[in-house]
Design a protein around this ligand. Structure first.
Ligand SMILES: *Cc1c(COP(=O)(O)O)cnc(C)c1O
Length: 385
């Protein structure tokens, strides 16, 4: 039997131990975590919607009508009018024929890949993709090729070598731990040329990028023919929970018939769907939240430059500071916490070995003064580590 105690001890020695802090407040910049007042710079609640009064009210009102649990899977009797309206609204928002709700983004990725490819097929994936895309490919039992981050030449080579069978290219649209963009226009061109499916996981672009907030595809002006499969999560900019896949009528009907993580699980609560519908309305009607967020990203970058703080290349609210060493990243993160800032240290296996980093995320709810204070604290914490 494995010596779990010993393994845990070794993990601790390598700076790879993970533990939870306990949060006592809703998602917002000022939080109480582990009993300490901190300014949070690690949430994915980019637009400040997770605790928005109208979103909360929709959740409460719908819970008063439908109760809490949805009681069954979508294909049994758990698919309420609220779920259905949200699917229609998300399809319209993303400019696609249909969309399909999943309980989490992790499950959406697993379900999509497993429904579309199997033994004899090929999945091509960026090495820095989210873990759920890798796991989906492994579960599908298709051949999996992971190309170096953004390396279109290697992808081209792999596409040429791929044997008969379906080809599916999967990519984060905005890379979750680096904040940079996938080269979606190039990916779309290669996919069309080699008759491959292309799936973009836009967990971090949706609500944040594009004129109307429709995400990375809107940012690049790419349509359904160019990127046939779009995945979005609801737990980030939408501020609720769950996920969806948007695409053609046939794609969605196929998923309803065969995506196992869709079929064999309980539908999300109706109240959550109703709350998300309100989030979506705010995303569409209040572009000032997005504008404010992008101004804050610019402000943070300018301040970082001014004080010689090296950032990973990114123009999204995900801003990374590479530290390399696991223990160093952990020490700096803990020092920041003691000074009243919550910034997480991201370590392997979430990121490749030797690339431990601080991952700072900005929200429309932050203030310039909070960013100034964070920069001061970052400089001090990194200097003495
Ligand atoms: C967060 C995230 C997911 C998973 O979404 P959940 O709804 O949290 O399960 C998938 N892909 C990417 C790129 C993500 O950042």
């Amino acid at each position: 039997m494995r010596k779990l105690k010993e393994e845990l001890r070794q993990r601790q020695a390598k700076g790879l131990y993970r533990r939870r802090r306990i949060t006592e407040t809703p998602q917002q910049p000022q939080m109480i975590i582990d009993g300490r007042e901190v300014i949070s710079f690690c949430s994915n609640d980019y637009l400040g919607l997770a605790n928005h009064p109208s979103v909360v009210k929709a959740f409460q009102d719908t819970a008063n009508i439908f109760g809490v649990g949805s009681g069954a899977a979508h294909l049994i009797n758990g698919h309420t009018r609220n779920h259905h309206e949200l699917e229609e609204a998300l399809a319209e928002f993303t400019g696609r024929e249909r969309s399909l709700l999943f309980s989490t983004g992790y499950m959406a990725n697993l379900g999509l890949i497993q429904a579309l490819v199997g033994p004899g097929d090929t999945v091509l994936a960026d090495k820095l993709n989210h873990a759920s895309l890798t796991d989906g490919a492994l579960l599908s039992r298709a051949r999996l090729h992971r190309y170096p981050h953004g390396d279109m030449n290697l992808l081209l080579k792999r596409l040429k070598e791929a044997e008969a069978g379906e080809k599916l290219i999967v990519t984060d649209a905005v890379f979750s731990m680096d904040g940079d963009f996938a080269p979606l226009p190039e990916l779309a061109k290669l996919a069309q040329e080699y008759d491959a499916w292309l799936m973009a996981d836009d967990a971090h672009g949706l609500g944040v990028l594009g004129k109307t907030g429709a995400g990375s595809l809107e940012h690049y002006g790419l349509n359904t023919a160019e990127v046939p499969i779009l995945m979005g999560t609801l737990g980030k900019a939408f501020g609720t929970a769950g996920a969806f896949i948007a695409g053609s009528e046939e794609l969605i009907e196929h998923l309803i018939q065969s995506a196992r993580t869709y079929i064999y699980t309980t539908a999300m609560p109706a109240a959550l769907a109703a709350a998300t519908l309100v989030s979506l309305k705010i995303i569409v009607t209040e572009p000032e939240r997005r504008n404010c967020l992008h101004e804050l990203v610019g402000y943070f970058q300018q301040k970082a430059r001014q004080f010689d703080l090296k950032l990973l290349p990114s123009n999204t609210p995900i801003q990374g500071i590479m530290l390399g060493d696991n223990l160093k990243a952990l020490t700096v993160s803990e020092r920041l916490f003691e000074q009243g800032f919550m910034v997480t240290a991201i370590r392997p296996p979430t990121v490749p070995a030797g690339t431990a980093r601080l991952r700072i995320t900005l929200s429309a709810s932050h203030s310039e003064a909070q960013i100034d204070a964070l920069i001061r604290s970052l400089l001090a914490s990194i200097a003495i580590s």
